[in-house]
Design a protein around this ligand. Structure first.
Ligand code: PLP
Length: 407
């Protein structure tokens, strides 16, 4: 705090609450108030707060080998992690490029798509196609790919290189989506990749696409030599009741991005994963890209500890079961007619649930006053995404606090 009483931190929000501790599904502030973390921060914390085994993995790696530059070195922590993760990814022989967050993962995917086409002799393919009601990150290329008007508008002068097609919820007819995409690909003639969240996140409050959507999209992309990029930054690592949301649809992307649940908030980690074909075509050492902190050994050690917890505690299955229980309770408490497709009218899958609440900012603030943390998604909808470890009693508590704030 400065002498004039103003914080030396340039905060993201005008009057942030000071958090001092977190354990399991609970966050404690400086005044001793306890908040049930029904949003896992920003749908980040999958394995619960305060896990000593992750802290131990982080400390052990920092002591053994803190940092080396990835332009020269690889590390046992990273090699082991990538091997273990490969078994869960919806891709054959995937190749993992770790970075420091979801936006960096998107940037990496964008460049990788261009590098792939350049290596195949099609350097004119430089356009990325995203969708309306989507979010892929806040760095400039990732933002350009995102269809979220409120985040784009202050920076429109720097955007405009990419194109946006309809969101998956704009029609129930997959063949309409396929036709719309095919017409756009033919018209543009320079498309490198189609990028989409397999199940929507922040910009669509967990929108689930209609049956056959991803098959139709993938078929058009393959016929036109366009890469399919699945953004699993929010939906990966068990959040939707499968390891990756792509698994719900048999989707096998050429490139996949992840973040959030990969390290569960214990380390700023993002992942860009290439299919073997994409990686081999570009070639190791020929991808002109990298960050000081990419391929970080501590990030890999932390993510390895998170992976162990997800596997040993069967958190993917638990996400599916707890998600169904939470949905049933929400419906029982009168939360019906909610966003998009999906179980009993609630959007999302597993422990990613979108709720139409009226004014999401107001409801989020009311929830916080009632000791409940939710994630404001669209202007009118919130997202619930608690740690996958949430217990039955905590589900009851969550619905009770939500009903007080928004019922
Ligand atoms: N992609 C999706 C689907 C996201 O939900 C987010 C963040 O919310 C991002 C990308 C960007 O990730 P980050 O905020 O870690 O940069």
């Amino acid at each position: 705090m400065r002498g004039d009483g103003v914080s030396s931190v340039f905060h993201r929000t005008a009057q942030p609450v000071e958090a001092v501790a977190a354990q399991g599904c609970w966050v404690v502030d400086a005044g001793g108030n306890r908040y049930l973390d029904a949003a896992g921060g920003a749908i980040v914390c999958g394995v619960g707060h305060g896990r000593p085994e992750i802290a131990a993995a982080l400390a052990d790696q920092a002591i053994a080998l803190d940092y080396v530059h990835a332009a020269t070195f690889t590390t046992p922590a990273l090699e082991t992690y990538a091997d273990r993760l490969s078994a869960h990814l919806p891709m054959e022989e995937p190749r993992v490029f770790p970075v420091s967050g979801g936006s960096e993962a998107t940037e990496t995917a964008i460049k990788l798509a261009l590098a792939y086409h350049a290596a195949r002799g099609e350097p004119h393919r430089t356009r990325l196609v995203g969708r309306r009601a989507s979010y892929h990150g806040n760095t400039l290329a990732a933002l350009d790919l995102s269809g979220r008007a409120s985040l784009r508008s202050p920076y429109e002068a720097l955007l405009g290189r990419f194109s946006h097609l309809p969101a998956s919820t704009e029609s129930d007819d997959p063949s309409w989506h396929a036709r719309t995409l095919e017409e756009a690909l033919v018209e543009f003639g320079d498309v490198a990749a189609f990028v989409g969240e397999p199940i929507g996140g922040a910009a669509s409050a967990g929108a689930v696409p209609p049956d056959g959507y991803w098959e139709a999209i993938t078929d058009v992309c393959r016929r036109h030599g366009v890469l399919v990029v699945a953004d699993e930054v929010m939906t990966g690592f068990g959040r939707t009741g499968r390891w990756f949301a792509a698994d719900h649809f048999g989707l096998r992307p050429d490139i996949l991005t992840a973040g959030k649940g990969a390290a569960s908030g214990y380390w700023p980690l993002g992942l860009c994963v290439a299919s073997d074909e994409v990686a081999a075509t570009v070639g190791e050492g020929r991808f002109v890209h990298g960050f000081t902190y990419s391929h970080h050994p501590i990030g890999a050690a932390v993510a390895g500890a998170v992976l162990t917890i997800i596997e040993e505690e069967h958190l993917v299955e638990r996400s599916a079961e707890a998600g169904d229980r939470l949905r049933r309770r929400l419906v029982g408490a009168g939360f019906e007619g909610l966003v998009g497709a999906g179980f009993e009218g609630l959007s999302g899958r597993g422990l990613l649930i979108g709720l139409e609440v009226g004014d999401s900012a107001e409801v989020t603030a009311a929830c916080r006053r009632n000791g409940l943390l939710v994630y404001p998604a669209t202007r009118s909808a919130i997202l619930l995404g608690p740690p996958l470890t949430i217990g039955d009693d905590e589900i009851v508590e969550l619905v009770s606090r939500l009903s007080l704030a928004a019922g």
